[in-house]
Write a new protein. Sequence first.
Length: 141
Amino acid sequence: MPVTSYHSDLSPLLTPTRRLRARETGFTLIELVFVMVLIGILSASAMPKYVDLRKEAQIGALANIAGTIGSASSTNLVACVLKHANCVEVKNCQDVEGALAGGLPEGYRIFPRPIPKGKLRQCHVIQVETGRRELVYVSGT
């Protein structure tokens, strides 16, 4: 039996594979366009949901701020009745900001309205970016 190299025996078998690999070096233009169209369709279907979530988050944040202001007003009223050092005098809706730890977050404001001492008054918390309003009851001290 003649001695032949291992490589020379397999070279006829490897040649078609090498030719096949040489042709498959990248994606065709139609494949790339198809993927781009598919990504566009998926992003277009997800965009309305993202917008809805943002709107819901803004509404929830406004309600949260209004609830925090209401709680701060109640806590402040108790502090004033007990003549505690943390009592903040509230004669106007905007004065309740002083009862909030850290103040009113940026992007929100309270519509000014006078509050008689010992009375509850409806105050408007306004989200500046959207113009939405939320009612909150504030006690005058």
